[in-house]
Design a protein around this ligand. Structure first.
Ligand SMILES: *Cc1c(COP(=O)(O)O)cnc(C)c1O
Length: 388
């Protein structure tokens, strides 16, 4: 038999510190490795498989579309793309959608839209994008520049110019930075995911939204990780009672196939015109058909279930031995643990539960439809691993 791990180590670029586990199959929130060992998946591919592995409705939508047309160029209309854009706008309060293939690309699209809007409205000097310290916006050279964590930047200079980083929570400081640098936009994650599952203060987000509206500076919500039901709202900004001008999303949107989207609000609905932006694969009919089957199920009663499951986990972990604090919203949860997060994750893996880390926290992003029974089993394993 081929040693897949050895082949991978020899031939796949070493950008990931892989765990010594090869996943071969799964169903819902259970996955199996090459030895037949079963795991409860509390990471869902970093918040991607919103309805778990091989979800029936998603699979049906995807395979049905595969049998019709797997790809057409964006020179032609296709049904899944149009219907998904309509559903996204109706549920989010945004007006138009640009489709791409990943979170980084969605942020690039949002940044291009913001720069064009500001250039036309105020002049080309108004190009700066203010982002927050400890943020994460992607791995392309521009989204790295947007990312407010120096260690991602070090070996990749020069990055795209025109980004400055404000301290999250410091409203006056953020405003001053935006004005001093002639900002086109301020970009935030309502809950910083890779930054350790850190939720922004509602007063800060609301103050920022009011400031942006007053100054005609665009507010961009990076909902790549927080979007598509993850936090118990369709988009996390809805938990904060604000309406951004631009929303970027990806991860859970496609339910497991690569799909990103820039949602354009009222001010910028027509800012991207012919030739301004594009993507060969963007709006792929198979990805969009799968996404539509995900989005159609994210109604208010389903989202209430996501919040209930999140509340259940928060109650279980609150004041538990070895757990210092619990952060996040809905089914996006961070645990500050006494043991190093990596040790907790390793212990959980041995006991058949797959968890993630985010900086110094244990991070949980289970499928949104994870059965309560599996949630309870996984929680017991995580509690035991934290208590050591
Ligand atoms: C994952 C992530 C990205 C990057 O998404 P990719 O699909 O990996 O390009 C951007 N922003 C946030 C908030 C993310 O969590």
């Amino acid at each position: 038999m081929n040693d897949i791990k050895a082949i991978d180590r020899q031939y796949v670029a070493g950008t990931y510190a892989r765990y010594p586990v090869q996943i071969v199959a799964g169903q819902g929130s259970l996955v199996r490795d090459e030895t037949g060992k079963e795991y409860i998946d509390m990471g869902s591919g970093i918040g991607v498989t919103a309805f778990g592995i091989a979800d029936e409705l998603w699979k049906q939508a995807v395979t049905e579309q595969l049998g019709k047309v797997q790809h057409m160029s964006n020179l032609y209309y296709t049904e899944p793309c149009a219907l998904l854009a309509k559903a996204l706008c109706e549920k989010s309060g945004m007006k138009k959608v640009f489709f791409c293939n990943s979170g980084a690309e969605a942020n690039e699209g949002a940044i291009k839209a913001a720069r064009k809007y500001a250039a036309e409205k105020k002049g080309p000097a108004y190009s700066t994008i203010v982002t927050l310290q400890n943020s994460f916006h992607g791995r392309t050279l521009t989204t790295l520049a947007a990312t407010g964590q120096e260690h991602y930047h070090e070996l990749f200079q020069p990055l795209t110019p025109g980004f400055v980083h404000a301290a999250a929570g410091d409203l006056e400081g953020t405003k001053a930075l935006a004005l001093a640098h002639k900002a086109a936009a301020v970009m935030i994650e309502c809950i910083q995911g890779e930054g350790g599952v850190v939720a922004l203060d509602p007063a800060y987000v609301q103050g920022l939204a009011a400031f942006c509206a007053e100054q005609d500076i665009l507010l961009i919500a990076d909902e790549v990780q927080t979007g598509n039901g993850r936090t118990g709202a369709l988009y996390a900004y809805q938990n904060y009672g604000v309406l951004p001008d631009l929303v970027s999303t990806a991860k859970g949107l496609g339910g497991g196939l690569p799909l990103g989207a820039v949602l354009l609000g009222e001010k910028v609905r027509n800012v991207l015109g012919f030739g301004d932006h594009g993507s060969t694969f963007g709006g792929n009919p198979v990805c969009c058909a799968g996404a539509l089957s995900v989005l159609n199920r994210l109604d208010e009663s389903f989202l209430a279930g996501v919040r209930a499951k999140g509340d259940y986990l928060r109650a279980v972990f609150a004041q538990a031995p070895g757990i210092e604090s619990v952060s996040g919203m809905g089914l996006m949860i961070g645990l500050k643990t006494d043991r190093p997060a990596a040790d907790v994750v390793k212990a959980c893996m041995e006991q058949g539960v797959l968890c993630l880390t985010a900086k110094d926290r244990v991070r949980l992003l289970p499928a949104l439809n994870i059965p309560q029974e599996l949630l309870e089993k996984a929680a017991a394993v995580i509690l035991a691993a934290c208590a050591v």
